[in-house]
Design a protein around this ligand. Structure first.
Ligand code: C5P
Length: 322
């Protein structure tokens, strides 16, 4: 799902030299936005508002959705891609909600068609829905010529969901609070394999399972790991591998026990580390280099233990106007 397909109804075409979506007749704009993996997801006890305080080290990876915004009467969302049938196209879609909030703040009506070219696994723990929300926000801001300040865009993102601010900024960042308060952190380049599972997992359900498993235990306040941050900055995969940690992994494995075999198969295939991505059920494998990642992906593909694999690198830029 790379590049922009020509579309005879909108007259939109891609300029393969510059990568700019060009459309002189409709003014459609396209935004590319990355998936994320959490290299550290430290989870605290449930807060009175139901959320959990986190120390959440986000890393954007080179798996992208693209959202194209075109003028329309009312708000309309369409989606293409392998999992398009699992994406809600109603007002619950974060892209539609982003357009609605931005329009309301600007005193406009959200008259926009948002088309999502979906490549990020749906309900997979890789912030695919959050990515589309951030991308739609940037696309509508450009389409409507608003030039909204970054601080206000981040504010709208936090209203949309805990992971949405990171989808906007990309790169590598520590998320605190419920994950929405971001501090950029330095990160070298790393190579990853993602194993896409059949069906998604509900993030609230995984947090509920975390609470169930944690009942009766003392839950320490979540803290970023200095060793992990140093390894991330160094770009050394052998240093990063032993520091990767996801406190939601036991909950995701409890709800989806078969993920344990995927993790084991990736490690046996030479991955330096394996973990559940966010709330899952996508699993993430750190590889020494691009060739090693391709090797791990080939073994996982042949294993029949997952639906598909994706190879990606990090860090990747946040939501970007093409
Ligand atoms: O913020 P977002 O809408 O993406 O969160 C979805 C759900 O995940 C929340 O309603 C909550 O159940 C859970 N969650 C949480 N603590 C967080 C982030 C999300 O409990 N820090």
């Amino acid at each position: 799902m790379t590049g922009q397909a020509s579309d005879s109804t909108t007259g939109q075409a891609s300029d393969s030299t510059t990568g700019h979506a060009t459309d002189s007749t409709t003014g459609a704009v396209t935004v590319r936005v990355p998936a994320k993996v959490n290299v550290q997801l430290a989870v605290g006890a449930a807060r009175p508002d139901g959320f959990h305080d986190l120390a959440n080290v986000f890393l954007a990876v080179s798996l992208y959705d693209e959202v194209t915004a075109t003028p329309a009467a009312g708000t309309k969302v369409t989606c293409e891609g392998p999992d398009a049938d699992q994406v809600p196209l109603d007002r619950t879609n974060l892209a539609a909600r982003a357009a609605g909030i931005l329009a309301e703040r600007a005193g406009l009506t959200p008259d926009v068609h948002l088309h999502i070219a979906k490549n990020i696994p749906v309900a997979g723990g890789m912030a695919g829905g959050s990515a589309d929300g951030a991308a739609a926000l940037v696309a509508c801001d450009a389409l409507w010529g608003l030039d909204t300040p970054m601080a206000e865009l981040l504010d709208i993102c936090a209203e949309l969901g805990s992971d949405v601010p990171f989808s906007l900024v990309g790169g590598a960042a520590l998320g605190t609070g419920r994950g929405e308060i971001l501090t950029p952190v330095p990160a070298g380049a790393f190579h990853w394999v993602f194993a896409v599972a059949d069906g998604g997992l509900s993030t609230p359900a995984v947090f509920r399972e975390f609470d169930r498993l944690a009942a009766g235990h003392e839950i320490p306040a979540p803290q970023a790991s200095p060793a992990l941050l140093a390894a991330l900055a160094s770009g050394d995969p052998d240093a990063l591998a032993p520091t990767l940690v996801n406190d939601l992994q036991p909950a995701a494995l409890s709800l989806r026990p078969q993920l344990a075999s995927v993790l084991a198969a990736g490690t046996a295939a030479g991955a330096l580390a394996a973990l559940v991505s966010g709330s899952g059920p996508t699993t993430a494998f750190l590889a020494r280099d691009r060739a090693a990642a391709a090797g791990v992906a080939a073994v996982l593909d042949a294993s029949g233990l997952c639906r598909a694999t994706r190879v990606a690198s990090s860090p990747a830029p946040g939501a970007t106007l093409l």
